[in-house]
Design a protein around this ligand. Sequence first.
Ligand code: ATP
Ligand code: ZN
Length: 304
Amino acid sequence: MSLTAAATARDRLRIAIQKSGRLSEPARALLASCGLSWRESRDKLFCYGESLPVDLLLVRDDDIPGLLADGVCDYGIVGRNVLTEQAGERAERGLPQVAFELRALGFGGCRLDIAVPEEWQWEGPAQLEGRRIATSYPYLLQNWLREQDVQATVVTLSGSVEIAPRLGQADLVCDLVSSGATLTANHLKPVTTLLQSEAVLAGPQVPFADARAELAQLLLRRLEGVLKLKDSRLLLFQAQRSAVPDLLKLLPDAEAPTMMQVDGADTLALQALCHGAMTWQRLEDLKHAGARGLMVVPVERTLA
Ligand code: ATP
Ligand code: ZN
């Protein structure tokens, strides 16, 4: 591709995702379930979209907001933690916001927590006054400290934040936590949460002015379809007509169920698309309320 072609080729959409790490596989899987497929380049940094003109750029997650700001990419899949941290930094430098959270994607869940040495008795944020806090999220931490009216020293580290207290670099940390195992291994305990995070689709809030607009709409619509169905199942069962009102009360997350008469007037076959998790407990409750032959069927996609 020549340079001029690259500069004018705005009829393709470019999405930045993490090259390798926690978000890379789920991000690819999500886009693939929207019907995208790619041909990988030899250096594996760029994947050329084959089924649709939607290309992938594989990068470090921290680079994604910047690539969006520079217009190198149109969308990015990145943790809310990284997006809001960098948005805060930009705001502090007086730069306009360009990358917004458009849609939470339901994976990569974690929290940005304050974690203190295990032996501390936690009494609240005021306890942090005058302390040194190690973090990779200085903006989010500063902002929170300001809200709490606490003066503390922020020690910015790019990695291995959790060992900072043992190394004497800090008294406590402000770090990402999912299971908490890393904290425990470092004799730290989480005491309060600054941010609930997950992977999000980041991009511009205004529609594109060229051929990307239609493509973006198509992609966002498919994404919506896939995400909406994530926990959705088709529930099939039979019941006596008289039991149906009670059964429907147990299915508040169901779209208007289809009912068919089976034998005589009394037995009905029902099918309902349910959007909430279909746990064993729910099935047992339904059975108890008169549902028979319950069957839970996965739903791959719908098109309204
Ligand atoms: P790189 O910068 O090389 O792309 P990284 O080390 O910054 O990789 P990962 O550790 O793969 O990135 O984390 C990527 C994202 O995964 C985080 O920004 C966060 O949104 C999310 N995440 C989910 N759980 C955790 C966790 N326990 N620790 C860190 N990040 C987590
Ligand atoms: Zn990173």
